[in-house]
Design a protein around this ligand. Structure first.
Ligand code: FEO
Length: 399
């Protein structure tokens, strides 16, 4: 595994190739828990740890650089979430001389998770720094990117920003840098991560990015995925776009179906939207696509058409899960309408539309497009027209 970022700075964390459920959202490739070793002329620091079951990997990777936990002078904890801090419980007792460097909020959280009574904390604040001899660690508070205690660490001599969750991607690889993996895949994983982890925290993430911009940056070392090097500009531009809520002329048509009637309606809606030149249309079935992938598609979409049959006078449970994700991730500034089939009661699409409005989306129709049992050619034409109108409304909003 490649580990050398620059002289004295090494990636020593772990790869979790087989994880597919990252605290509730799907990851297709697995995950990395990045930990970084920084060796100065006088002192040695570890930047963040790994998830608890991966401490052995971290120790082996440190040993490959001739370092034991007892050699560490500092263990910097940028973030208390357990995918990084979980390993501290086993690691810290082995670090016989190290100070545990974090902000006061982080210490409080760590002290809830672990018995830290024997930990030798050094509490740092925004603007403070530690000297490792010929290298310096400067601390930058980045609250709510991802948790209240989140912090980044900057190494000015080598122009390295240890950015924690910001700019992370779930992209396990034995490669080290962004230029060593396909950029399209990497940018997709950056988007997937942002859409599902940081989207709800757009304002505080934007504030964290703003703090990073004045820094000279040769490397951004996130706590997940590869190191940004050649493509730092693309990663920052993407974060600026997403955190500002800038939408594309993209329509996402997502639906569930029982006996394919709502599916036929969804296809007609999508076909209608696609008739408007320049519209990017995605047709997504809740049955075949994980919510985390749908939220990734929704991130840059300016409009969502939501289809559901009626089940027990309500929308389908998959639609409820989608609406929950939308609410939690605050995906609200979008145009919308609802549609769906029903038998003897048409509550599903109506309740879906109510929920979309309650979430703050703007419906282009007063009522859902409904059909009884099976869509007639007339109903399918209504669906096409609604799809066209949604794409046109988005076009007008964008102009
Ligand atoms: Fe990767 Fe918020 O922890």
């Amino acid at each position: 595994m490649k580990t050398t970022i620059c002289e004295g700075v090494y990636r020593v964390g772990a790869i979790d190739w087989f994880l597919r459920d990252f605290h509730g959202y799907d990851v297709k490739r697995g995950v990395t828990y990045n930990s970084y070793l920084v060796r100065g002329s006088a002192k040695t620091a570890l930047i963040d740890a790994v998830k608890a079951p991966f401490v052995g990997d971290l120790l082996a990777n440190l040993a490959a650089h001739g370092v034991t936990p007892a050699d560490l002078d500092y263990v910097v904890v940028n973030h208390a979430e357990l995918d990084h801090a979980g390993g501290l419980e086993a690691l810290v007792p082995m670090c016989t001389k190290a100070e545990i460097v974090c902000d006061a909020k982080c210490k409080n959280v760590l002290s809830v998770y672990f018995d830290t009574s024997a930990w030798n904390f050094r509490i740092v604040k925004e603007g403070e720094s530690l000297s490792l001899g010929d290298k310096t660690l400067a601390f930058v508070e980045t609250p709510m990117a991802h948790w209240p205690e989140s912090m980044a660490t900057y190494l000015p001599e080598d122009q390295v920003l240890f950015s924690m969750d910001a700019f992370g991607q779930h992209y396990p690889t034995y490669e080290l840098f962004d230029e060593d993996v396909p950029l399209t895949d990497l940018m997709h994983e950056l988007k997937h991560y942002y859409a599902n982890i940081l989207q709800a925290l757009g304002k505080t993430t934007a504030a964290a990015v703003k703090k990073a911009l004045p820094l000279s940056l040769r490397y951004i070392c996130p706590s997940h995925g590869v190191v940004w090097h050649k493509h730092i500009g693309e990663a920052i531009a993407a974060y600026q776009k997403w955190s500002a809520g800038v939408a594309d002329r993209k329509v996402v048509v997502c639906f569930d179906t029982m006996w394919r009637s709502t599916e036929l309606m969804a296809k007609a809606v999508a076909a209608g939207a696609a008739e408007v030149e320049g519209t990017d249309v995605r047709l997504i079935s809740f049955r075949s696509t994980p919510i985390s992938d749908i939220m990734t598609e929704v991130l840059e979409a300016g409009a969502i058409a939501l289809g559901t049959p009626t089940q027990n006078n309500w929308y389908m449970p998959t639609v409820g899960a989608f609406l929950t994700a939308m609410l939690g991730l605050r995906t609200t500034d979008k145009l919308t309408f609802a549609f769906g089939s029903s038998g003897w009661a048409h509550g599903g699409a109506d309740k879906a539309l109510e929920a979309l409005r309650a979430a703050g989306l703007t419906s282009i129709t007063e009522n859902p497009v409904r059909c009884l049992w099976k869509p007639t050619p007339e109903i399918l034409e209504q669906c096409r027209e609604a799809g066209r109108n949604l794409a046109k409304a988005l076009q007008e909003k964008a102009s």
